[in-house]
Design a protein around this ligand. Sequence first.
Ligand SMILES: *[C@@H]1O[C@H](CO)[C@@H](O)[C@H](O)[C@H]1NC(C)=O
Ligand SMILES: *[C@@H]1O[C@H](CO)[C@@H](O)[C@H](O)[C@H]1NC(C)=O
Ligand SMILES: *[C@@H]1O[C@H](CO)[C@@H](O)[C@H](O)[C@H]1NC(C)=O
Ligand SMILES: *[C@@H]1O[C@H](CO)[C@@H](O)[C@H](O)[C@H]1NC(C)=O
Ligand SMILES: *[C@@H]1O[C@H](CO)[C@@H](O)[C@H](O)[C@H]1NC(C)=O
Ligand SMILES: *[C@@H]1O[C@H](CO)[C@@H](O)[C@H](O)[C@H]1NC(C)=O
Ligand SMILES: *[C@@H]1O[C@H](CO)[C@@H](O)[C@H](O)[C@H]1NC(C)=O
Ligand SMILES: *[C@@H]1O[C@H](CO)[C@@H](O)[C@H](O)[C@H]1NC(C)=O
Length: 464
Amino acid sequence: MHATALALFAAGALAQFDPLHHLGGNSPYFLGPNVFGISPDAPEGCTVDQAGFTSRHGSRYPDPSAYYSWTNLSAKTHAQSFTTNASEFAFLQSWQPVLRNPAAELSALSPGGWKELYEMGVFYRWLYPSFYTENTPFNLWANRYQETVFRVVDSARLFARGYLGPPAEVEGSVYVLNNTDPRSIANSLAPSDLCANYNDDSGGINATTWANIYVPPIVDRINGLFHSLQFNSNDVTQFPVLCGFETQITGRRSPWCDTFTPNEILQYEYSQDIRYWYGTGLGTQLEKNLMLPFLTALVQRFIDGPTATYNNTNSTGPPFHPNPLIATFTNDGQISQLSAAIGVFDAQPQLPATYIPANRTYKSSNFVPMRGTIGFERLNCGYKGLFMRIKLDDQVYPVPACQQGPGRSCPLQEYAAMVAGKSAKAGDYEVECGIANASVVPVGKDYTTFLTDLNLPWEYVVKP
Ligand SMILES: *[C@@H]1O[C@H](CO)[C@@H](O)[C@H](O)[C@H]1NC(C)=O
Ligand SMILES: *[C@@H]1O[C@H](CO)[C@@H](O)[C@H](O)[C@H]1NC(C)=O
Ligand SMILES: *[C@@H]1O[C@H](CO)[C@@H](O)[C@H](O)[C@H]1NC(C)=O
Ligand SMILES: *[C@@H]1O[C@H](CO)[C@@H](O)[C@H](O)[C@H]1NC(C)=O
Ligand SMILES: *[C@@H]1O[C@H](CO)[C@@H](O)[C@H](O)[C@H]1NC(C)=O
Ligand SMILES: *[C@@H]1O[C@H](CO)[C@@H](O)[C@H](O)[C@H]1NC(C)=O
Ligand SMILES: *[C@@H]1O[C@H](CO)[C@@H](O)[C@H](O)[C@H]1NC(C)=O
Ligand SMILES: *[C@@H]1O[C@H](CO)[C@@H](O)[C@H](O)[C@H]1NC(C)=O
């Protein structure tokens, strides 16, 4: 390529830099980048005959603690008159948090989240057009999360509306799994909530190490733009958060998105990677294993195949004939744990805490943003056999140790063996969690059954 053309290309690439795609868990949903250049369509000679996904809830309003740090920031900027010549901060003179009725909004899905979930439902209906037949039942699952917070259940309801269309209210059933009922040990969409030894330390010392390196220069640069106003590191690390949240709440690009340089945004993104990797991901000993019971049951569904039927425990009703799409919704911690179980990051070296490695494939922005999705596809490739393929935010990620199938997929039985190997290494769920209690769930009986049993006493149905 001609040198001038190269320079123009580089300038164009910079002009296209979108901070909203680099905010880790604080990004609104976007279609992930096609990192491996693998077509998301079924490979030649294969069809997707069964699929599943585990998705984080959609874009939401802040939780109370984040919101109070925004109101504090607003109070601070209005406590005194300040001046700045930086045009990207001109908005700050009149800035107020965008929530209009916090009591009703905090922790719930935002309008941007509603849009993401409806669109997601329609997207999957069109992606797998043979999976759903009008006016037939469709079951999906949601983690109950907290008693008074409905963002996960609402995400599942809205997905069902998009996926099913008008019959959703009749045909759709969201099975809500009570993550704190002791009988749901290893048998919910958030097993970590009953694991006494579970400790998400948000990246601990590694997160602190990186923050101490990347944050102070940003604080200094920004403070240099102001007279009579000085920010601290807690203030400044809210700016990217506000960029993500204000944009999905209002549908307008937040002015906060221009307050960090692209390079600073990438440093913030890496802090989110460290937060998930060392908090709940492959940088942990116990936490990384907690979605293995779920993954084991999910893979078994793919081995059973799309036409399998199941008898619900203690039910005299008809057997359960599930849809080929296995739709599940939960929270970011569980998405992060699951990302550690699925194998696609097993060749990623431990993340350094003092610099950003040049070529990491592990980027939390690409699978744990709002509505971040880990997808599974069973590829039926005729005489070649059955294969498993993983998608993160709807783009294909090969499993480094098993990618010899069509489109770099993994033979289904080998994938099952990989998951079984990880489970064996992880040990017994209750023993590792320090909760062995034979009177509730005996050791050895701690595994996931909810994907094949609609009659568990810790689940209840919510209509879309
Ligand atoms: C907000 O400011 C108050 C008063 O300074 C302080 O007590 C509180 O911890 C702050 N909250 C957050 C979330 O920063
Ligand atoms: C803004 O520019 C004016 C005029 O050049 C200068 O006097 C003032 O100190 C500048 N303010 C800041 C905050 O840099
Ligand atoms: C979930 O289980 C806990 C513990 O058994 C119980 O206190 C709570 O009421 C249950 N919540 C719902 C919504 O069923
Ligand atoms: C379900 O129950 C029916 C009737 O009792 C039985 O014939 C069938 O084998 C059972 N299926 C499974 C998968 O257990
Ligand atoms: C099925 O019924 C038996 C006998 O009432 C009971 O002990 C068991 O807990 C029930 N199983 C489930 C999954 O509800
Ligand atoms: C990154 O590149 C280095 C050097 O080429 C290599 O050793 C490492 O395995 C690569 N990491 C990933 C995740 O590809
Ligand atoms: C991350 O933290 C753990 C201690 O929690 C430490 O053993 C490890 O060396 C740290 N890793 C890096 C890359 O700093
Ligand atoms: C085991 O569970 C039962 C029923 O919830 C409870 O009463 C008992 O205290 C538990 N035992 C231990 C050792 O946690």
